[in-house]
Design a protein around this ligand. Structure first.
Ligand code: URA
Length: 210
């Protein structure tokens, strides 16, 4: 597994406002969307392209276009949905699948309640969206499902990660073609499974249900 922490002043600026508990839901959603687009720029550095011939108004030349099969973007419901627009803005040809996963707040175990994506992901590049890599349980389960379906290149885009979650991913997904792109690896997880300093419950803050 590869870990890529995006070090950029605009990323740090947006993340600081997301962390601030005074930031309201509308602002939180807008900033999360902008932050995802910045992370998406890094996350798609190895997106596959193919050569095409075109003509400019001046001459014939060649360039590149995103290749087939199309990349698949999979937001993990609920909070990953708030990252979808920011991602597909940069990948307009992508197909979108959905994974509904919830973690039990006592055991911190992840379980799947909805799946909507192609059965066969052979040869596909997949981008999984989940704002918080906390214990790692949800992302590991999601990525194992994608690899089981044949995905041969998976990139998880997360706003924030805890070192504990990164360690679990490294252990459970050792030897798999997985990259994690994040704005920050924070200090730690607390006893309730929240990232510290973190930003609280990403879904609640996005959808105003706190
Ligand atoms: N999920 C969240 O929304 N926040 C955390 O800090 C950890 C998991």
């Amino acid at each position: 597994m590869r870990l890529h922490v995006v070090d950029h002043p605009l990323v740090a600026h947006k993340l600081t406002t997301l962390r601030d508990k005074r930031t309201d839901s509308a602002t939180f959603r807008r900033l999360a969307d902008e932050l995802v687009t910045l992370l998406a720029y890094e996350a798609t550095r190895d997106v596959r392209t193919e050569q095409v011939d075109i003509e400019t108004p001046v001459t014939a030349t060649s360039g590149v276009k995103l290749s087939h099969p199309r990349p698949l973007v999979v937001p993990i419901l609920r909070a990953g949905l708030g990252m979808l627009d920011g991602m597909v803005r940069l990948l307009p040809t992508a197909e979108v699948g959905f994974l509904g996963m919830i973690r039990n707040e006592e055991t911190l175990e992840a379980s799947t309640y909805a799946t909507r994506m192609p059965e066969d992901l052979s040869g596909r590049q997949v981008y999984v969206l989940d704002p918080m890599l906390a214990t790692g349980g949800t992302l590991v389960a999601a990525i194992q499902e994608l690899i089981k379906r044949g995905a041969d290149d998976v990139t998880a885009v997360v706003l924030l990660a805890a070192p504990e979650g990164v360690e679990v991913m490294e252990r459970e997904l050792a030897g798999t073609p997985v990259t994690v792109v994040t704005a920050s690896v924070d200090e730690r997880l607390n006893e309730n499974g929240y990232i510290v300093p973190g930003l609280g419950d990403a879904g609640d803050r996005m959808y105003g249900s706190a």
